[in-house]
Write a protein that binds this ligand. Sequence first.
Ligand SMILES: [Mn+2]
Length: 245
Amino acid sequence: MQAQPGQPLPSGFLTSPQLRFYAVGDIHGRLDLLEKVNARIETDLKRRPCWRSVRVFLGDHVDRGPHSREVLDYLMALEGTCDTVFILGNHETILTDFIQDPTVLPTWLSVGGLETLISYGIRPPRNPSPADQSRLAAEFAEALPVSHLNFIRNLRPCFAFDDVFFVHAGVRPGVPLSKQSLTDLCWIRDDFLLHDGLFERLVIHGHTPVRTPEIRPNRINIDTGAYATGQLTCMWIEGGRMGFL
Ligand SMILES: [Mn+2]
């Protein structure tokens, strides 16, 4: 008998044998790595065919890396060719906030928004004045295709299936998974990361970079800081087992 691939999910969490998930960590504007990860998924599907597969992208598709615009184009095209779930990250919330509120610009620039603006053909001055902020917000709203805005607005705050819960940042301990705030799902760090107890489901998340994927009894972090490290992590989950591509 052939050994089963991968390893069991921690803490006895289970998922259907009929469905394979591929979860991809924070892309942050690295189209090159996204293309490679998708090629690895295609190869895996050929090597180990399955009844149905779903690719789950854990948010922070934009900022920091050089190709935010191209990453969104790529993900939108992918949506038409296979089953996908796209999760909302805090960087996507900052992007849409900026269109509503130009004073968000300095915050956005401090977390890699400059690269996103440049990918849409906008070059902010070095120290944007309030007038510059308003002008740039209007320019960006004009440059951002409606399809991109709709894609970002339709990102899911989280996605639960069987015993797994996909989310960008994490969840607040003590609050049922169905009652989590959008702010916590997109932004939470230590209150979640330092919590040892189990949640109702196994939480698969990104948001806080780690050198190698972090497998804990209650959560798995697959944000390996792709924009800086060149490591974009993809994990698979199927029939209560998991592994990495
Ligand atoms: Mn994040």
